[in-house]
Design a protein around this ligand. Structure first.
Ligand SMILES: Nc1nc2c(c(=O)[nH]1)N[C@H]1C(S)=C(S)[C@@H](COP(=O)(O)OP(=O)(O)OC[C@H]3O[C@@H](n4cnc5c(=O)[nH]c(N)nc54)[C@H](O)[C@@H]3O)O[C@H]1N2
Ligand SMILES: Nc1nc2c(c(=O)[nH]1)N[C@H]1C(S)=C(S)[C@@H](COP(=O)(O)OP(=O)(O)OC[C@H]3O[C@@H](n4cnc5c(=O)[nH]c(N)nc54)[C@H](O)[C@@H]3O)O[C@H]1N2
Ligand SMILES: [Mo]
Length: 760
C-alpha cells in the first residue's frame, strides 16, 4: 500500500479539552473547500433535520424533533457530508491517464481526494486501465458471471454500514434468491462481538437504552473503550446534559482521550466563552484487553459487599424474577484472586473498589462501549461480563439503565435488521420465503474473515461490494489484497475511488452510486430512504443536492437491475426500484417491528423498534431469562520484550477515508506514522520520543511489519501501545480473531519495536 508522506509530522502535548470553536471552524473550512459556499450552506442545513438527510457519519441518535438544534451535526459529520458532496470528480479522462499501477502508487488519502466517481467503469481481463461501460452492459456482465458459477456459494456480497434499509433489504434478497448467505459486512469487524454477547444473555443483539436514558435519567454513565470526542462527537452534548443534572461519568480507557475529559459545546454560549464542562469524574486506565478482568473485579467487589450485608447491593427481586445463572458466577467471582484481577487489568484493587463505590451510589447505570471492547480475543466474554455487572443491580429495562453499544456506521444497525447477516435466524428466512415465494438457503454463509479465507483458497468467483473498502478495512492487507485478485470478477458499488478497486479480479467493475446528500428520483417520483440509529430509532433520510453526475444510480436501483437481469420480473424488481414504498411494504411483512412502516416512518422523528428487555423486561434467550454467565478473566500472552498494540482512528479520518493528517486532540499534526508508547517502555528499549521504529507483529511463528513509525511518548499503561488503522492492518493476522464473534483482534496485537534505519 502506498504511504502518505510524513514530512510535516509534528508532535505536541495532547489536548485536555475537546471541540469548542476550532472544531466548528475546521468543519466549515472543509465544507467550503469541498463543496463551495452555496452548496455547503444548503447541505449542512439539512443534516439530521426532519425531512433532511441522516448524517453519513456515525450512528449516534438524534434528539426528538422539537429539540434539535439548527446545527445537529458535528465537525466530523460535516466533514463526512462535505467529502461526499465534493465538486471534484474522477471521470473517464482521469482513468484514461492513470494505469492501475499508477493508481496503486497513490495513498488512500490521495485516491479519495480525487473526488466522486461519475459513470460505470470496466477493467477488462489483462487491461491496465478502467474504461467507460454502459449501465446495461455492466449489469449484464455481472449477471452473466454470476450465472456461470458452479455454485451460488462462489459469490460473496459485502456490505458497508452506510447502505439504507431499502438498499440492504433488496441486496440480501438478491443474494438469497441466488442461493447463498455469503453476506459478510463491516459489522463482522465492528460490533459483532456485542451482537453475540447480547443475543446470548439478553435475547437481543442491540443496545437497550434510548437517548433520554443518557441525557435525562442515568445517574452513572460508564464509557468503556470508546473515543466519542472523535468518533461520536454529538454524544458529548448528551453527556454534557447528563453532567449538568448531576450524573457521574466513569471512563475506562488505556488512553486519556481529550474528548472525554472536558468538553466545550460549540452550540452553547458557555461552550464558546466558558471553561467547558468536566465530563469524566473517574478515569480508569485499564490495560489493553484488561476489561474482562476489571469488570470481574467490580463484580467481585459488589459480591463482597452483598455478602457483608445481604440485600444491600444486589437487586434480588429483579434477579429472582428475570435472571438465571447467578449461583455459578458467584462461585467463580469468589474463586478469582484479587492479585490476578489486578495483574490482568492493570488496575489496583483500591481503584476497583472506588469504581464499585460509584456503582452502589447510583440508582441507575448505563454502560456505553465501542471498538475498545469488541476487537479483542476475549471481547464476547467481556461484554457478557458487562451484562453480569448490569444485571446484578437490575440495571436493565428501566429508565437510565442498560447496555449501550455505540454503533459505528450511520446505518450499520439497520443493515443487520434488514437481514445483512451470514447467519440470519430461520424465522426471518421463513417470512422471506412466504413473502417472495422462494426457498432461501439455510446453510450459514461466510462472514468477513471467512470470505477472505475463501478468496485466498480460490473459492470465490464473484466478489460484490455495496460500499466500503474491503481490502483496506480488513486484516492482513497483503494477504487480503492478493486473495481478492484471485476472483474472476470484482464489482464495487461506490461513491469514491479507493484501495479495494485497485486489487481487482480478472475483470472488474466500478458502479457509481448516489450518496446520502443527493436527490433520488425514480420512475414514481422523488424517493427517500430509511435508517436505524444506535438506539433503534428508524427515521427517513432525503438528500437535497443535485446528483454529482447524471450517470449516478441509487443503490436500490443498481441492486434491483441486477435482480431483474438474473431472475426476470418474478419478484417485482422493477417496481421496487421505481418506488421504494414497494420495498418498504415487503419490509413491513418480513422484518419484525415494521408494521405500518410507511406511515410510522413519515412522522417527524420516526419510530422506535421494539426491544424486549427495554419495552418490558422480556428476554428472548434460550431459557427465557436474562443470563448470568461465567467468564474467566484472561489476557493475551505477551512474551518478554513485546507490547500489546491497538489500532485506532485519528481525528481526521472516517475509517479508511483519511481526510487529513492531523490528530488534533492527541497532539499530532502533519502525519500518521506514529506509535504511542509508555515512556518507561521506550526507555527500557533505549528508545526516546522521536525515534523511528518498525512495528513487527508475531503470530503463529510468522512476522508482519509496518515500517517507519515515529515513537510518541504517551500516557498509556505499561506494556500497551497504539497506532492508526487502516495502515496497521498489515500487522493484523487473518487468523487472530475474537472467540465466538470471529472479529479481527485489531485492538490487541502482540508486537515488538525495532529501531529503524534512516528514513527512506
Ligand atoms: N469521525 C469518525 N467517526 C466515526 C468513525 C471514524 O472513523 N471517524 N468510525 C465509525 C465506526 S465504523 C465506528 S465502529 C466507531 C468507532 O468508535 P471508537 O470505538 O471510539 O473508535 P476507535 O478509534 O477504534 O477507538 C477505540 C477507543 O477504545 C480505546 N481502547 C482500545 N483498546 C481498549 C481496551 O482494551 N479497553 C478499553 N477500555 N479501551 C480500549 C482506545 O484507546 C480508543 O479510545 O466510530 C464511528 N464514527
Ligand atoms: N485495524 C483495524 N481495522 C478496522 C477497524 C479498526 O479499528 N482497526 N475498524 C473496523 C470497523 S469498526 C469497521 S466498521 C470497518 C469499516 O469498513 P468499511 O465499511 O468497508 O470501510 P469504510 O472506510 O467505511 O468505507 C469507505 C468507502 O465506502 C464508500 N462509500 C462511502 N459512502 C458510500 C455510499 O453512500 N454508498 C456506497 N455504495 N459506497 C459509499 C466509499 O467508496 C469509501 O471509500 O473497518 C474495520 N477495520
Ligand atoms: Mo465500525
Amino acid at each position: 500500500m502506498a504511504n502518505e508522506s510524513d514530512e510535516q509530522l509534528h508532535v505536541s502535548a495532547p489536548k485536555t479539552t475537546s471541540v469548542g470553536i476550532p472544531g466548528v471552524r475546521h468543519a466549515m473550512k472543509d465544507a467550503f473547500e469541498e463543496m463551495g459556499v452555496a452548496r455547503s450552506a444548503s447541505t449542512l442545513r439539512k443534516i439530521n433535520q426532519v425531512g433532511g438527510f441522516d448524517c453519513p457519519g456515525c450512528a449516534w441518535p438524534d434528539p426528538a424533533p422539537g429539540e434539535r438544534s439548527h446545527f445537529e451535526f458535528c465537525e466530523n459529520g460535516a466533514r463526512a457530508a462535505a467529502w461526499e458532496a465534493t465538486r471534484s470528480r474522477v471521470d473517464r479522462a482521469f482513468f484514461a491517464t492513470h494505469t492501475i499501477g499508477q493508481l496503486r502508487e497513490m495513498s488512500d488519502h490521495e485516491l479519495e481526494l480525487e473526488g466522486r466517481l461519475t459513470e460505470p467503469m470496466y477493467l477488462a481481463a489483462g487491461a491496465e486501465r478502467y474504461a467507460p461501460i454502459s449501465w446495461d452492459a455492466a449489469i449484464r456482465l455481472t449477471a452473466d458471471r454470476l450465472a456461470v458459477m458452479d455454485s451460488p456459494h462462489r459469490a460473496a456480497f459485502y456490505t458497508s454500514g452506510r447502505a439504507s434499509n431499502e438498499a440492504a433489504f433488496v441486496y440480501q434478497l438478491l443474494a438469497r434468491r441466488l442461493g447463498t448467505n455469503n453476506l459478510p459486512d463491516c459489522s463482522n469487524m465492528c460490533h459483532e462481538s456485542s451482537g453475540s454477547a447480547l443475543n446470548e444473555t439478553i435475547g437481543v443483539g442491540k443496545g437497550v437504552v434510548s437517548l433520554e436514558d443518557i441525557t435525562d435519567h442515568a445517574e452513572l454513565i460508564v464509557i468503556v473503550g470508546q473515543n466519542p470526542g472523535t468518533n461520536h462527537p454529538r454524544m458529548l452534548s448528551a453527556l454534557e446534559s447528563a453532567k449538568r443534572r448531576g450524573a457521574r461519568i466513569v471512563t475506562v480507557n488505556p488512553l486519556p482521550e481529550a474528548g472525554l475529559m472536558r468538553f466545550k459545546n460549540p452550540q452553547k454560549l458557555r461552550g464558546i466563552v466558558g471553561e467547558g464542562t468536566t465530563l469524566t469524574d473517574r478515569f480508569v486506565p485499564v490495560r489493553l484487553s484488561g476489561d474482562l478482568a476489571l469488570f470481574s473485579g467490580v463484580n467481585k467487589a459488589l459480591l463482597e459487599r452483598e455478602d457483608a450485608q445481604p440485600g444491600s447491593v444486589f437487586d434480588l427481586d429483579f434477579i429472582a424474577a428475570y435472571c438465571d445463572g447467578l449461583e455459578e458466577v458467584m462461585v467463580q467471582w469468589r474463586d478469582t484472586e484479587w492479585s490476578n484481577i489486578e495483574a490482568l487489568s492493570g488496575i489496583a484493587r483500591a481503584d476497583i473498589e472506588a469504581f464499585a463505590d460509584d456503582v452502589v451510589a447510583a440508582r441507575s447505570v448505563v454502560v456505553c462501549w465501542a471498538m475498545g471492547i469488541t476487537q479483542h480475543r476475549n471481547a464476547v466474554a467481556t461484554i457478557r461480563e458487562i451484562v453480569n455487572f448490569l444485571l446484578l443491580r437490575g440495571n436493565i429495562g428501566r429508565p437510565g439503565a442498560g447496555p449501550s453499544p455505540i454503533r459505528g456506521h450511520s446505518n450499520v444497525q439497520g443493515d443487520r435488521t434488514m437481514g445483512i447477516w451470514e447467519k440470519m435466524p430461520d424465522d426471518f428466512l421463513d417470512r422471506l420465503r412466504d413473502e417472495f415465494d422462494f426457498e432461501p438457503p439455510r446453510q450459514h454463509g461466510f462472514d468477513t474473515v471467512d470470505t477472505i479465507r475463501a478468496l485466498r483458497d480460490g473459492n470465490i468467483d464473484v466478489f460484490f461490494a455495496l460500499g466500503g473498502n474491503f481490502v483496506a478495512a480488513t486484516p492482513d492487507t497483503a494477504l487480503t489484497a492478493a486473495a481478492m485478485e484471485k476472483c474472476a470478477l470484482t464489482v464495487h458499488v461506490a461513491t469514491k475511488l479507493n484501495r479495494s478497486h485497485l486489487h481487482h479480479g480478472t475483470e472488474a467493475l466500478l458502479l457509481p452510486c448516489l450518496g446520502r446528500t443527493e436527490r433520488d428520483v425514480q420512475a414514481a417520483g422523488e424517493q427517500f430512504v430509511t435508517v436505524e440509529d444506535s438506539m433503534s430509532m428508524v427515521q427517513l433520510s432525503r438528500g437535497n443536492l443535485a446528483p454529482g453526475s447524471s450517470e449516478l444510480r441509487s443503490e436500490v436501483a443498481i441492486v434491483c437491475s441486477l435482480g431483474r437481469a438474473l431472475f426476470g420480473d418474478e419478484m417485482g424488481w422493477a417496481e421496487m426500484a421505481s418506488d421504494y414504498r414497494v420495498v418498504r411494504g415487503h419490509i413491513s411483512h418480513v422484518v419484525d417491528g415494521f408494521d405500518d412502516f410507511e406511515s410510522r416512518v413519515a412522522k417527524p422523528g420516526g419510530f422506535m423498534l421494539p426491544r424486549g428487555p427495554y419495552d418490558g423486561r422480556v428476554f428472548r434467550t434460550a431459557t427465557g431469562k436474562a443470563r448470568f454467565t461465567v467468564n474467566l478473566p484472561d489476557a493475551p500472552a505477551v512474551p518478554e520484550g513485546y507490547l500489546l498494540l491497538q489500532t485506532m482512528r485519528s481525528h481526521d479520518q472516517f475509517n479508511t477515508t483519511v481526510y487529513g493528517l492531523d490528530d488534533r486532540y492527541r497532539g499530532i499534526t502533519g502525519g500518521r506514522h506514529v506509535v504511542f508508547v509508555n515512556a518507561e517502555d521506550l526507555a527500557e528499549r533505549s528508545l526516546a520520543d522521536g525515534d523511528v521504529v518498525d512495528l513487527v507483529s508475531v503470530w503463529a511463528g510468522e512476522e508482519r511489519r509496518l515500517a517507519g513509525l515515529r515513537c510518541v511518548s504517551y500516557s498509556t499503561p505499561r506494556g500497551c501501545a497504539a497506532t492508526y488503522f487502516p495502515e496497521a492492518n498489515v500487522l493484523v493476522p487473518l487468523d487472530s480473531t475474537a472467540l465466538e464473534s470471529n472479529t479481527p483482534t485489531s485492538k490487541s496485537l502482540v508486537v515488538r519495536l525495532e529501531r529503524a534505519g534512516p528514513r527512506p
